[in-house]
Design a protein around this ligand. Structure first.
Ligand code: PLP
Length: 404
């Protein structure tokens, strides 16, 4: 994205996001090309902006909805009922009742299976549903770990009657999502192999035929300036696995979900310099809405500076790493300066970069952060201190700017 649209918007706004459709299109076209036999869902919680959900719908993406509101957002954006998958822990009876006619339900626990069964029984019908499974494998090792998500694989395989006793539901799909932001194609491939094996085991334990195996997400995006995930190789491996399992899982749709891969790189966050000051030899640049406008870079600084942990693991989607975002000064200054970038909140935890070297910044300049397309506006505590939240804009492929 070039600087002009950002500078133009900066004439009116002190903090704002711009999502660039051409970047989203390039990302998802790559996925569609590399994973020809896969059905993709867009994980709305990554960025629920309507033009984004609508654009992905036109590209054939279904929706991964994490709440009842996201089910309706997907519907409003034109996604068909059978392509909206509602999977989240702690769905209430009201959530399930509200959603049942508008999407595919994925039960997150045995209690949810029971709740859905009750709804179906009251309607005198049998519902096809999916179950989320906590698998007995991870990306890293051969054994699973305790999780708040899904039903343990061992419970389903060893005590299938706990599910089969609910005669008003039929389990016709499985869903697993154990990790986000993986950049190693080899690990993802091993995970997908495990998923196919799990699909077969579930098929025989529950005497069912699976309409879909939803393998969740995992597709990572690179930190600023780092190498990309090798989706070409990964796509070939997945297509190989699909044909290998075609005989034993003949009618099963293979689904991959993604939020960040589709939209993460498309977003830019622009924040204006409100004040410049020096304190005891240190230069502070005071920006508009940092922690409260785009929380993840602040979270990275927070973890770096308030824990003793040397090798910080990712804690998605709140924290991906300390170098997830690039910083750019949108000015013509040739002079460089080492500064600390802070926000306008009344807390000293509101720091987004310490001792960073940038072109010399003046009041009114814009600082632009990259990789701001996912888990950004929607994840940030915008109510804090009652400041005006950042604006959000969508730039379509004709460079027309739409307000979100
Ligand atoms: C958040 C989430 C995703 C999306 O993860 P990304 O890393 O953004 O691709 C996919 N599936 C489930 C179940 C999720 O909770």
């Amino acid at each position: 994205m070039h600087a002009e649209p950002l500078k133009n918007l900066g004439a009116t706004y002190n903090s704002f996001y711009v999502y660039d459709e051409t970047v989203i299109e390039a990302q998802i076209d790559r996925l569609l090309r590399c994973f020809a036999d896969v059905t993709f869902l867009y994980s709305i919680k990554a960025n629920p902006a309507k033009p984004i959900v609508s654009f992905l719908q036109t590209k054939g993406f279904g929706a991964d909805a994490a709440s009842l509101a996201e089910v309706f957002l997907a519907k409003e954006c034109g996604v068909e009922r059978d392509s909206i998958y509602y999977s989240a822990p702690g769905k209430t009876e009201a959530d399930l009742l509200g959603a049942v006619d508008h999407c595919m339900l994925i039960a997150d626990s045995l209690l949810e299976v029971e709740r859905i069964n009750r709804i179906a029984s009251a309607r005198n019908t049998v519902l096809d549903i999916g179950i989320r499974i906590n698998p007995d494998f991870t990306f890293e090792g051969e054994r699973g770990v305790p999780s708040k998500f899904g039903i343990d694989e061992a419970v389903i395989l060893n005590q299938p009657e706990l599910i089969l006793k609910h005669t008003h539901v039929r389990i016709t799909g499985i869903h697993v999502h154990v990790k986000s932001q993986e950049l190693c194609a080899e690990k993802l491939k091993r995970y997908y192999e495990n998923m196919f094996r799990l699909g077969l085991n579930i098929t025989s334990a529950l005497h069912t035929s699976l309409q879909y195996i939803n393998m969740g997400s995992g597709l990572g995006i690179p930190a600023w300036g780092q190498p990309d995930l090798d989706v070409v190789t990964l796509g070939q491996e997945v297509c190989k696995l699909i044909s290998q399992y075609r005989a034993t899982l003949p009618n099963t749709k293979v689904i991959i979900e993604t939020g960040r891969y589709a939209v993460g790189l498309s977003g830019y966050y622009a924040t204006k310099v409100l004040d410049v000051k020096e304190s005891m030899g240190k230069k502070f640049i005071i920006l508009c809405n940092t922690l409260n406008g785009f929380m993840r870079p602040s979270m990275a600084q927070f973890l770096l500076n308030y824990t003793c942990e040397k090798n910080l693991g990712g804690c998605e989607p709140l924290f991906s790493g300390t170098d997830a975002h690039g910083f750019m000064a949108l000015n013509d200054s040739v002079e460089q300066e080492t500064v600390t970038l802070v926000g306008n909140l009344c807390t000293s935890a509101d720091v987004i970069a310490r001792d960073i070297t940038l072109p010399k910044l003046e009041v009114g300049d814009l600082v632009v952060l990259t990789n701001a397309g996912c888990y950004a506006a929607s994840l940030s505590p915008v109510l804090f201190a009652s400041l005006e939240p950042p604006m959000q804009f969508y730039m379509d492929s004709n460079e027309t700017i739409h307000t979100i």
